[in-house]
Structures are given as C-alpha cells and as structure tokens.
Design a protein around this ligand. Structure first.
Ligand code: GLU
Length: 305
C-alpha cells in the first residue's frame, strides 16, 4: 500500500483541497468551488491544498495551467503545501493499480463505446470473465460488484444529504486506466486525496456522480473515506452550468474584490455592503470568520450573479 506523508498531516483534523483540471482558465463557477473549499478549511482551522489535475493532455489548453495559477495568486488563495501536479505522479497511480489487480478488483477490457451503446454506456460485467484480452490495447475497469452487498450504493453528503445510485443502472464497471494508457480521473483523484491526507472534499455538485465510484476505490484500496460537501453549480443565462466547456468567461484578474464579494453573496454568506471596499485579504478573512456552509443545504443550482 502507498504510504501517505503523515508528517504533514499529523494532528490536523481538517485538510481540504481545490483540484482544477487545466482545460481552460478559472471562471466564476471555479472561483465558487475554490472559495467554498478554502473558507470551509480555514473556518475549521484546517489546511487547504491546490492540486492541478493535468491528466488528460488531449483535453487541456496549453496556457491554462499558468492562467489558473496566476488567478489563484491574484485572488490570494495560496496552497499550504507545494502544489501537486498529477502529470508527475503516474508511478503512484501504477502502484495503486497493481494493488487493485492483486485484489482482483479490476479487469482488462477492450469494449468500445459502440458496444456499450445499448446499455447507455454502462459496462456491467460484460467481458469480466474473459481473463485474456486478445489485444494489447485494453482499459482497466473497476469491477463495480467488488465487495458489494446489494445493487444500491449510497453515501451521506454534508449538503445534499443521502445520495444513492444503482450499480447496474447508474455506475457500472468504470475505467481506472484508459485504453490510450492515460490515467482516469477517478483513480488519480482517490490516490492523491489519500496521499495528501484529504479529510474534507468541498466541490461542485456536478461531481457528485463520481463520489460513489471514488468511495468504491477507497474501500478496495483500504483508504479512509473523506467527508463530502457538494455545493450547487452556477448557471449562465442559458440555464447551463458555467464551465470551461461552455466557454464561461475567464475570471477578471484586475478586480478580484468585486468577484469575491459576488461569490460570497452567491454562496449565501450575506456579505455586508461595506465589505465591497475591503482589500482581498480582508474579504477572505471576513469569509473565513463568517463561513456557514449550511446556507447551501439542498440547493442544486442557482443562476450566476
Ligand atoms: N479536476 C476536477 C475538475 O476540474 C475536480 C476534481 C475534484 O474536485 O474532485 O472538474
């Protein structure tokens, strides 16, 4: 089993993180996730870490990494430990895969998207019994029935309460290493959250569907399961979630104060009007002191402001 760096996490009951993928610059929606995770960590006197999830070069934008780091700097959101880049950690993911292989929790698979079209893209045991794959190019899939006692998987979210999905209809056997040999987000995230000692994950509700998959990997690898809080997503005028894919505008770096005030307000923290004239540092301090995550309970989305 991989050894987590315990010296950095000793005696600290809360370690949170912000983990953007460099598929585009940060936008208002990403600022909300960054600030919510930051405020929650700091309000609990915890640490807050930044991890760049640069695992998927075909989807990445050349300058996005630098743009993201520059924006976090301008918004004075500093990581308490050196920033981790997933592109430099493939050997760690390989070690975890080896562990999963030895537990027979994963199996090689050459099924194409087309072959899974009839089941909505869900792979459920389809080729599990074929122990040998004829092709060299195969993906590794996690067997979603590994360690399962029933078809229903569930977890308790701090904000969204009970969340459950069916193994057969919603989750299926999911990819942990792709056919093109790139590491899948699910495995890399689980390994890094473990190695970084993450105790609390605060992120957008668009990722809630991944949580049960991640919990399955955590159990199979004997990792502790962090607490999860999924905050609502911000929607643009068209009702669609603000995202890099929807080309949400990059964060304004000239006027971070007005965006932080807007974000505090969007996050239902009721910032006073007088705070608009404060410095970035003062605004962050106000946010940390007054942070009340329960103001976001049971909300799935709301319009960006
Ligand atoms: N890298 C993911 C993203 O940018 C977020 C991962 C996470 O917070 O778990 O959407």
């Amino acid at each position: 089993m991989l050894n987590r760096s315990t010296d950095s996490t000793a005696n600290i009951p809360y370690i949170g993180r912000f983990a953007p993928s460099p598929t585009g610059p940060l936008h208002f929606g990403s600022l909300l996730a960054a600030l919510a995770s930051y405020f929650d960590a700091r309000h609990h006197s915890g640490k807050w870490l930044i991890r760049i999830e640069d695992l998927d070069p075909p989807r990445e934008m050349l300058t996005a990494k630098e743009q993201i780091l520059e924006a976090l700097d301008v918004y004075q959101l500093y990581s308490d430990e050196p920033i981790v880049f997933q592109s430099q950690r493939y050997d760690l993911y390989q070690q975890s895969l080896k562990q999963l292989v030895s537990h027979q929790a994963v199996f090689p698979c050459t099924c194409s998207r087309k072959q899974l079209a009839n089941s909505n893209g869900i792979h459920f045991g389809n080729c599990k019994s074929q122990s040998e794959q004829s092709s060299d190019l195969f993906a590794w899939r996690f067997d979603c029935q590994y360690g399962a006692h029933s078809d229903l998987a569930a977890f308790k979210d701090t904000l969204q309460k009970d969340f459950s999905q069916s193994l057969q209809l919603d989750i299926g056997d999911f990819v942990v290493k792709r056919k093109d040999q790139l590491w899948a987000y699910q495995l890399a995230m689980v390994v890094d959250d473990y190695l970084q000692g993450i105790t609390h994950v605060v992120r957008g509700i668009d990722l809630i569907d991944s949580t049960l998959r991640q919990n399955m990997l955590q159990r199979a690898l004997d990792y502790p399961i962090p607490h999860y809080a999924h905050i609502p997503v911000a929607c643009g005028d068209n009702g669609q979630k603000l995202s890099k894919q929807n080309l949400a505008p990059a964060l304004d770096l000239d006027d971070p104060q007005s965006n932080i005030w807007r974000a505090l307000s969007w996050l239902r923290q009721n910032p006073p009007d007088s705070l608009r004239r404060a410095s970035v540092k003062e605004m962050l301090a106000w946010g940390i002191e007054h942070w009340n995550i329960t103001a976001l309970s049971d909300i799935k989305s709301q319009a960006a402001i």
